[in-house]
Design a protein around this ligand. Sequence first.
Ligand code: FAD
Ligand code: SF4
Ligand code: SF4
Length: 1001
Amino acid sequence: MTDLAASLRQHTQGEVLFTDADRARYATDASIYQQIPVGVFVPKTADDIKSAIDIARDAKVPVLARGGGTSQCGQTTGVALVIDDSKYFRNVVEFDASKRTVKVEPGIVLDHLNAFLKPHGLWFPVDVSTSAQATLGGMAGNNSCGSRSIAYGNMVHNVLSADAWLADGSVVTFGTLDSANGRAKQIGELGQSLATEHRAEIERVWPKVLRRVGGYNLDIFCNQNERPYTADGSVNLAHLLVGSEGTLAFTKSLTLALTPLAKSKVLGVVNFPTFHQAMDAARYIVKLGPTAVELVDRTMIELSLTNPAFAPTIRTALVGSPDAILLVEFSGDDKDALKQKLQQLIELISTLGLPDAVVSMTDDAPQKNLWEVRKAGLNIMMSLKGDGKPVSFIEDCAVPLESLAEYTANLTEVFAKHGTRGTWYAHASVGTLHVRPILDMRRGDATKMRAIAEEASALVRKFKGAYSGEHGDGLCRGEWIEWQFGPAITGAFRQIKQAFDPDNLFNPGKMVDPPKMDDTSLFRFPPAYKTIPIKTILDWSVWNVQNDPVTEATTAPGTGGDAAEGFAKAVEMCNNNGHCRKFDAGTMCPSYRVTRDETASTRGRANTLRMAISGQLGSDGIASDEVHEALELCVSCKGCKRDCPTGVDMAKMKIEHLGNYKAKHGFSIRDNLIARIPVTAPFAAKWPRVFNARNRMPWLAKLGERLFGISAKRSLPAWRSDTVWSTLSRPPKGPVLLGRQALVDAHARGEPCVVLFVDTFNGAFERENVDAAIAVLGAAGYRVHIPRWQMQGDRDDRNLCCGRTFLAVGMVAEARRQAEYLLSALVPFAEVGIDIVGLEPSCLFTLKDEMLAMHLGEEAQAVADHAMMIETFLEREAKAGKLAGLRAKLKPAAAPILVHGHCHQKAFAEISPTLAVLGLIPDAKPSLIESSCCGMAGAFGYDARHFDISMQMAELSLLPAIRNAPDAIIVADGTSCRHQIHDGAQRVAKHAMTVLAEHLA
Ligand SMILES: Cc1cc2nc3c(=O)[nH]c(=O)nc-3n(C[C@H](O)[C@H](O)[C@H](O)COP(=O)(O)OP(=O)(O)OC[C@H]3O[C@@H](n4cnc5c(N)ncnc54)[C@H](O)[C@@H]3O)c2cc1C
Ligand code: SF4
Ligand code: SF4
């Protein structure tokens, strides 16, 4: 296909991605399927798309339009030229607030559109769960439906018109049939005549539910949907494109109907003693006119209760121990009227025999928290370790509400018969409950999937439901189109496809002539799937397990049979849901946020790794250049470790890769310079002027860039002679700082004691932070010990190191050696229960994260259990009422305090202690800057190749927020964050301890 790539390069300005790794990254969506595309094209202009369609058509290569690639049925996979419009087609083309309409390009993401609309009091109400990454083009392609579809309908109910390229490259406007002309009119007339010809059959077989998304929307000519497609009963030809999964045309723009934002919302949480009662009650509840009725079942409740972050919220919603809860939302402008609705709900539930079963929530915050828990429950479910996974293939069948209870009961029996189980959740209001039985597609469960699908379909038919009620047809449900609609209507669908796309250019094999759903050659994990055996450097055994599909219990770590010792199974946790393509709160994924390249997303990296370790990118596996390239821009922020629903921990995977890759290719001088900062520190402290010469002499900096790749645009942290270790008196004197044994003795006497682990960066470059921490701890009444190098025969004025800098370049053996020294110094304190606090997040969290995966035994765990950020320690002590003394010594804040959280603080959910501790300062109202990674990320931003992208990361939100607050005190605990803020905003950022110490009276 080099000709195709060459033509695209010659005739377009777009990005032409044809390497094996590029194609591999676009081979999957959020389904169980995988098809390697012919190539990938990321167009920059509308002309690019037209040219690409023409070039592909002439080359007889199919075209597959793609947005976020979050589809669950395989419709976004294909042996085709994939055209990804999500990077450059993100504009609002026209907006008319008075008419409540907006025209958008197909690649705009729903959340971004709604952020644009919000100031105008409007929104686009098809609120899919993937709102942060689903594009409007993809939503139209799938006829997507939101949680509030009972009030606002599906995508089809909200599209007013579409401009689209047909296979011949012409652009056609699809709107009302009455206004159609040219090709649109011809197609409309064909649709009309097909609908007339098959009217009786349509009326007989068409599911009469709101949530029917299977097949083409032939019923726009004779509506069968619970909700009319248009307000005036007219026929809108754009609705033929909606739900067509890219098989008819390539959408250029969409005109959408908008809805006013409701001013108020209230939530009634109905607690049911049995799941059956919850299902049965839904049909009565919807008569009250709610905007959402969402189910959370017992399993999800329990999962939430076991999660410390969510337990307090879910408890506020529970009355006793319900088997299921329904979240019933009412929205509108008049809060009092909504409260009356809640009262009606309470009365209704009472008449159903359940008095006192409703928890009312009228304030916004508790409602928002509970919706978050509902989403998180699904995420926890998806994080099941082992090869058996909850598989989406019947998860959106829609049945009429009066049959919901019986349908769910019968389907539960089907699961049990096949030795599996499903957790139920989501849209009770419209009879579309999500359920995913746990299946292992590598071990023959394709047969089970088919059997369950067939039995589920029989139930859907019995209850006159829709087999495909939300996620579309794709590869998974394509073959069920004929089952649902019969041969005559399937024939009519074929004629529609023929009229639009006579040469079968667009997404062939979907909607018309689909393959079997259980064709294992189309699976991401076919039975022949194998991984290349490796001896891992880090311990991945916790992922190397199998699970029981009924109890979900997992086997002991290390027993999963992974030839890659658990690493492969950790990589395979990525299910392609695309959540890492988000831009909202959270850290994940800074490199995607600035590049919008699939390669630079966590998903792109996980897919590259998966293909590499399973030998699908050659024999180099984890050590391949393809993996190295995909991980190049990963800043190891650990954002994904926390924000990815299945816990894909790419930062740790990068260490494993680098260890293997560098073992093959060797370490560069730059690697050595970065890694060896901790061992250089004692020497640099002796001759700081020599070591700092590069900062004074621009030519040296330029030479350094040429020779070692360290950006000349950066100043480096300045070495100094008065490091913490060189100036600590030996043995330390004074009431606060104690020697090692003195601290243990003081602890034994019951005096408040703490160990301050001084990292290389604070100790060697910014000792003021260490002095500040000692001052604060002293003011709070603590005895402090700073551990130093304890090895026999060594000098004791040297720093201890967590190994972070060595891990950053893949020198895991050296990192382990450093960690062993550190452990030997810290274990004696952990053993007697003395807390160990740290100042630098990346170093402190190495103790709690990587060191536990470095085969360091129980001692590492003991230290991790006692190690914490200094703010976490102080917050805990404050809560225990032990910081009254410190509080009394603090003078009021004279300026606002803005906090930038280090990525690792955020990854471990430990940023709130910083705010809490700064809040001890009278009149201080510290607030958090909503920021992702600062872009410096250890040594990343010092690398000349990364300078620009590093600054772009900082400019995303951090630097603008700082510039907007010229008088604020800026707090950043990370040394590299402080450096970046200095370089980017020319402002001094301080460690939280320094700010506290400055406020000591
Ligand atoms: C965790 C999770 C939760 C989900 N929740 C929901 C939910 O609440 N409701 C819901 O409806 N769905 C849901 N989905 C499914 C999916 O997210 C939605 O269908 C979403 O709208 C797809 O958007 P996308 O940009 O990812 O589309 P893609 O997957 O990229 O594309 C979808 C289809 O549209 C076609 N297409 C894309 N762009 C164009 C274009 N320009 N022209 C023509 N055709 C095009 C593609 O070829 C494909 O067939 C969920 C998926 C996941 C993984
Ligand atoms: S890395 Fe995580 S968030 Fe991204 S697609 Fe994979 S599972 Fe989803
Ligand atoms: S560690 Fe950070 S940069 Fe790397 S993949 Fe995860 S979120 Fe992205």
